[in-house]
Design a binder for this molecule. Structure first.
Ligand code: MRU
Length: 352
């Protein structure tokens, strides 16, 4: 199959595969500036922690091209405003804030706006390539953890679409299949946005990996009947103690896994590890609009006037996580020391 890469830089243009239209339509959106990138992230046309990080880095490159200021102080002032707009587009995934901060720092090191423009495009391209490489490395580290046969359950979409390519949790699934393991995958539909049904199922069908779609509430029953032998999910932010923010429903899967003695793995690049966050209690969980819950396919399915809570993520305490697979190796409980050394393998200054 051709590799799915949801973010492209072609002919000096940023193209995003519109994930709100999948699997019915493959529509590419041309981004005209950083505000459009921020809007695309807000509207989840591009989504998944690593993917929104890379998209935001390209957003910074577009911003640098848009800002016509001639002196560095005025150029940087406007660039900082664009950076703030990108950073505010979604709160939970740290990759977004990490990538924007990294690009801003790179711009600050440039003597002229012209150099900053070139540097930021190079930074975005580097982050994109590094993300694919990290995912492939995660696959290598994680493949041996998955069973040779039986069932592997995943939640939401942590595949190529959620990254620059190859995927985190689905990258591990893929790598295990490439080594000859022959399990079957269960993917949860992932209410309310249906990342599992619309995106993960689509990716796995294209890869030729057997996948059965289940409603979110079927997971417990499949675990009880012994059909699930391992769970692997992605992450939006991993705190220093190993607490994991990921798509709503991850927490309940982890508790169920513990009850049934099933290993629960998290696959995430070190760019998703936030050592400044001591534990998951302070992670900001995005709450999305009520219509995602009250409507289905554009039609209202809940009573008019109903109150709604729609947290888009939850925090899984580290005690429910069997291991965290990164591109530099696998962290084991009690996570903090392992996570620090794995992050240091990417950037020693991040743990200084
Ligand atoms: O709201 P989304 O679709 O951006 O949420 C995505 C997830 O929760 C993923 O599991 C996570 O970002 C890891 S993606 C490699």
């Amino acid at each position: 199959m051709t590799e799915i890469e949801p973010i492209r830089w072609e002919n000096e243009q940023l193209l995003l595969l519109d994930q709100t239209q999948l699997p019915h339509r493959q529509r590419w959106l041309v981004m005209r500036g950083s505000s459009q990138v921020a809007k695309a992230i807000r509207e989840m046309r591009v989504r998944g922690a690593p993917a929104i990080g890379v998209a935001a880095a390209y957003g910074m490159a577009l911003a640098a091209r848009q800002v016509r200021k001639r002196t560095m102080p005025t150029f940087l002032k406007t660039l900082e405003e664009r950076a703030a707009e990108l950073s505010a587009s979604r709160p939970t995934a740290v990759n977004l804030h990490w990538a924007v901060a990294l690009c801003l720092e790179a711009a600050r090191q440039c003597p002229t706006p012209e150099e900053a423009r070139e540097r930021l495009l190079a930074e975005a391209q580097r982050l994109q390539q590094e993300d694919v490489a990290a995912n492939r490395a995660m696959g290598q580290h994680g493949a041996s953890l998955l069973p040779d046969s039986g069932g592997v359950l995943t939640h939401c979409n942590a595949g190529a679409l959620a990254t620059a390519g190859y995927g985190t949790a689905l990258g591990v699934v893929r790598a295990a299949w490439e080594t000859g393991k022959r399990f079957q995958v269960f993917c949860t539909e992932t209410r309310p946005w249906l990342q599992g049904a619309r995106l993960t199922a689509w990716e796995l069908v294209q890869l030729g990996i057997p996948v059965s779609l289940i409603v979110d509430s079927a997971a417990a029953s499949l675990m009880r009947t012994g059909e699930v032998n391992a769970i692997v999910v992605g992450a939006d932010r991993v705190a220093a103690n190993g607490d994991v923010a990921n798509k709503i429903g991850t927490y309940s899967l982890s508790v169920l896994a513990k009850e049934h003695g099933i290993p629960f793995y998290v696959a995430a690049p070190t760019s998703t590890v936030d050592l400044a966050m001591p534990n998951g209690d302070h992670i900001v969980v995005e709450e999305r609009g009520p219509s995602e819950v009250t409507h289905w396919a554009g039609r209202q399915t809940a009573a008019e006037g109903i109150g709604v809570r729609n947290p888009s993520f939850d925090v899984t305490p580290a005690k429910y996580v069997t291991a965290i697979i990164t591109e530099h190796g696998v962290a084991k409980p009690p996570y903090e020391a392992d996570l620090r050394s794995l992050v240091a393998a990417r950037s020693p200054e991040a743990v200084a």
